[in-house]
Design a protein around this ligand. Structure first.
Ligand code: ADP
Ligand code: MG
Ligand code: MG
Length: 889
């Protein structure tokens, strides 16, 4: 294997091997842009080093050969006393990782070569400034010396001299500082700062390798779900100097605005400075546009290069550059990060410029970005009083009174207060409080902390790990930077999309993107905002491309209408249990407890018209589109009174010697129906089979509603879905009864109804016998929530808050299997069941109605395995449409 690539040998597609920085330096070199020569040590070399603790045998020689070639090309040797070649050693992994080690600049300087550099540059100050920077960076990142010690010494030097900025220190001052820095290294690292240039370089390379396994890097990877085995590349790049006086400088730039996407001149420039000075804020930078006055030639050339890069990468790029005495050098570029809104705008702008096509535009945005744009947000103009910032763990904008324990959260929210639950970190005991709160704020923990995982699962706004906030739950208060104390009951606002925390109430505005989907804002209108126009166009691209249809989970006409506005092509799951609550509960109770046939008939007769009315409304709202109605699914006891409450009532009545026959009878029934494990008990099709008349009443309501809609010249397209089927026999029995009822309704009304009957696939046995089940089913809908529970053998309500955090931290899950489909387990059952079902019945319709239907990664999976549609909650529909389009392009 080859471990070292010259910048002329690589290209932008070799990010796995050369890291992002190395691959793009090579790409720019080959584009003919002015990149200081250098070479890249591969991630393979890093992997060998990390596995074996030693550099691969061939590496040293390869580095020597490349260094020789570089020296020859530059006409000087690394660290040469009279005219030293200097290099930077820069880390660069496949994904940019802010937690990694910093770069070491000016390698090759020593007590001797600093004199040579001074003479060559004709600038004593510059040489000593470069040397002190080397010792500082090398000391900190290679030798592990506390960086503050150097900073403090620098501050002191400025104080002694009574100057404000580092450029006012002269050569003599800097020389003294170098002596001081060397002393710091000696005491702190227990060794002298190495004078041999090659030793400096080799130690720096090793330090970069090792930084891959540093705590910060590991934590960052875990949070961002970057694999731990990629390793980092190391770039050795000949130095150019922005600190050679006022005709030199360094800067950063974007080819367009990463916040709005607008083309223009965006960036910062700092004269007479090196490397990190621009972003470190040590002196005031100027806007990039001012470079035109400072150095017109370099400015024009930079604009030219930015255009070249955009046309080449066909995307927004960010850039690091340095000007050395009027000569422009490119030090880095990459496709730049952008806000969610800018991603949509830029994608459509690039289409308009003819740089990319619609399919490519879809790859430039994500469903997660769209979801982000759909959350209500804080009014930009009113964002004042920011007091802290944590990790944006679960998006949204939440305002409420700060409370510091779950008990208070629940109590206050019951009395109508909006609260934000503030904790150092949360644990399973906080669950009630989290549910009661508008949002959750913690001062500890990252994206996989308990608070973050649970909040995301609940769709609740959460900011976690806001470390500058001092939370004191005992005294029910938190102290913010600057010392202000937030007491229990003080209003705070948290932004789960940016991680920002504000004092007081920040006004919330609805998302313009939701206003658009709701039809309250039109993309074509003259004043429509650019973002809405961009979203509108991207959605059209996605709808043209996608093969998957998108349906909604909706139980009533209101949700159905919203879903339609959001682009739903039908209802994939209407849960009828929601129609059995409220006043109707008593009717159901009577049905369950009926002793005689007549009593049962009576309750069913009363329920029928109520159910029918619900369906008529739903079919009208979804006229012309399929509506899948699931027959009653939840455990029976959910419709009966609470066991404890009832026991108390009976006991009271007894002690007062009041009549309580009914209560007693009810209590006995509740006891009889009580289940240890309701999720695996009497529910779904089992209910239909043991309570005579229940399912047929529901089927009759559906059929009569459909007939009524037909009579009204509507186009109802009902599909009847049987839940929790484990074997085809269950389905056959229910189906036979249903067919008979439908035939009766058809005969009575004189209409042909064409009602499809199908089943949910949500038990492993159903998936395993899908070929048989398909004989009795016209469609399958994969209930991936229950299927995930039954395949893994855990109940969602019980486990998510208890051990998922531990599982995520240990890396057992990358992400909760309830959030993203577990492809290898649950997914493989979906795949084989789909195949077996279609083998039996080629026109079997296949869909999914679990929450995975709105999850981006899962949507791609369902596309791949060839399902016909996904169904999700109304608000996720645009996300599912977009991802289905992305999956198909
Ligand atoms: P990061 O990944 O943190 O941006 P870089 O490797 O890009 O680290 O380097 C940090 C800073 O040093 C950047 O401002 C970069 O432009 C500058 N730099 C890196 N190598 C050189 C070099 N050979 N000559 C001049 N400046 C350099
Ligand atoms: Mg950089
Ligand atoms: Mg289910």
């Amino acid at each position: 294997v080859k471990f070292v690539y010259d910048f002329t040998e690589g290209n932008k597609d070799l990010k796995d091997l050369l890291g992002g920085k190395g691959a793009n330096l090579a790409e720019m070199t080959n584009l003919g842009l002015p990149v200081p020569p250098g070479f890249t040590i591969t991630t393979d070399a890093c992997k060998v080093y990390l596995d074996s603790g030693e550099e691969p045998a061939a590496l040293r020689d390869e580095v020597s050969a490349h260094l020789d070639a570089l020296e020859q090309r530059m006409g000087k040797k690394l660290g040469q006393a009279d005219d030293p070649l200097l290099v930077s050693v820069r880390s660069g992994a496949k994904f940019s990782m802010p937690g990694m080690m910093d770069t070491v600049l000016n390698i090759g300087l020593s007590d001797k070569s600093v004199q040579g550099l001074a003479k060559q540059a004709g600038d004593e100050r510059f040489a000593w400034d470069s040397y002190r920077r080397l010792i500082q960076m090398f000391g900190k990142t290679v030798l592990g010396v506390d960086g503050d010690l150097f900073e403090d010494a620098l501050e002191k030097a400025k104080e002694t001299k009574k100057v404000a900025v580092d450029t006012e220190l002269d050569a003599a001052d800097l020389k003294k500082l170098v002596t001081k820095f060397k002393k710091i290294v000696k005491t702190e690292a227990g060794r002298d700062f190495p004078q041999d240039p090659r030793t400096q370089m080799d130690l720096a390379i090793k330090a970069v390798f090792e930084s891959w396994n540093g705590d910060r890097a590991k934590l960052y990877r875990r949070q961002e779900r970057i694999p731990h085995d990629l390793g980092t590349a190391v770039n050795v790049c000949s130095m150019v100097f922005g600190n050679l006086g006022p005709d030199s400088g360094t800067g950063v730039a974007f080819t367009r605005d990463p916040a709005s996407g607008h083309q223009g001149v965006y960036g910062d420039y700092l004269q007479n400075a090196q490397g990190e000075d621009v972003v470190a804020g040590i002196r005031n930078t100027v806007a990039l546009a001012e470079l035109e006055q400072i150095d017109k030639k370099s400015y024009d050339q930079l604009m030219q290069i930015m255009e070249t890069l955009e046309n080449h990468y066909k995307d927004l790029c960010d850039i690091e550059f340095t000007i050395e005495r009027g000569q422009l050098w490119m030090l880095q570029t990459r496709v730049g990060k952008r806000t969610a809104g800018a991603a949509f705008r830029i994608a459509t702008q690039l289409v308009d410029q003819g740089l990319i096509d619609e399919a490519e535009a879809l790859q430039r945005v994500t469903g997660a970005q769209l979801a982000q744009l759909m959350f209500p947000r804080f009014d930009d103009g009113a964002r004042v009083g920011q007091v802290g910032r944590g990790i944006a763990a679960s998006p949204g904008a939440a305002v409420g009174k700060a409370v510091f324990d779950s008990y208070t959260a629940v109590k206050w929210s019951r009395s109508g207060e909006k609260v934000i639950l503030v904790r150092r970190e949360t644990n399973p005991d906080d669950l009630d409080g989290m549910i009661a709160a508008e949002g959750i704020l913690t001062s500890r923990g990252g994206k996989t902390s308990h608070a973050a995982v649970v909040a995301r699962g609940m769709g609740k706004t959460c900011v976690c790990g806001a470390e500058d906030l001092e939370v004191d739950t005992k005294r029910r208060r938190m102290t913010v930077p600057g010392g202000h104390v937030v007491e229990e009951g003080d209003v705070i606002s948290i932004d789960g999309s940016s991680g920002k925390v504000y004092l007081g109430e920040v006004p919330v505005v609805p998302s313009p993107v939701v206003e658009y989907f709701e039809g309250r804002m039109h993309a074509g209108a003259d004043d429509a905002d650019e973002l809405v126009q961009a979203v509108h166009r991207i959605m059209a691209f996605a709808d043209r491309k996608r093969r998957l249809r998108v349906r909604a989970n909706a139980d009533n006409a209101e949700d159905a209408l919203r879903a339609r506005r959001f682009g739903a092509q039908g209802i994939g799951l209407c849960r009828t249990e929601h129609m059995f609550l409220g006043d109707r509960r008593e009717l159901v109770e009577r049905l369950i407890l009926a002793d005689t046939e007549a009593e049962r008939e009576e309750s069913l007769k009363q329920l029928l018209p109520l159910q029918k009315k619900d369906f008529v409304e739903l079919f009208e709202a979804m006229d012309g589109l399929p509506v899948t109605v699931r027959l009653l699914d939840p455990p029976l006891h959910e419709f009966l009174p609470d066991i404890t409450e009832l026991s108390v009532r009976v006991a009271l009545a007894e002690s007062r010697q009041e009549p309580h026959e009914n209560e007693l009878r009810l209590l006995q029934a509740v006891h009889r129906l009580h289940e240890q494990n309701p999720m695996l008990g009497l529910r779904g099709v089992r209910l239909g089979l043991v309570i005579p008349g229940l399912f047929t009443m529901q089927v009759r309501a559906i059929a009569e509603a459909a007939a009524e809609r037909k009579a009204a010249k509507g186009d109802p397209r009902a599909e009847i879905m049987i839940p929790l089927v484990g074997t085809v026999q269950e389905l056959e029995i229910v189906r036979e009864e249903a067919d008979q009822v439908i035939a009766e309704v058809e005969a009575a009304t004189g209409t042909r109804l064409k009602l499809a009957i199908g089943t949910m696939i949500e038990l492993p046995r159903a998936a395993l016998t899908a070929g048989q089940i398909a004989e009795a089913a016209e469609f399958f809908s994969f209930g991936t929530n229950d299927l995930t529970q039954t395949v893994w053998g855990f109940s969602r309500d019980d486990v998510e808050a208890s051990f998922f955090t531990a599982y995520l931290e240990k890396g057992i899950f990358g992400v909760s299997p309830f959030e993203t489909i577990d492809k290898d387990g649950v997914g493989s059952l979906v795949k084989s069941a789909a195949k077996a079902g279609r083998a039996t019945r080629p026109d079997l319709k296949l869909g999914v109605c679990g929450e995975h239907g709105g999850d981006p990664e899962s949507v791609h999976f369902f596309h791949e395995v060839g399902l016909d549609y996904v169904s999700c909650s109304p608000f996720r529909i645009p996300v599912a449409r977009l991802e289905a389009g992305r999956a198909a392009s």
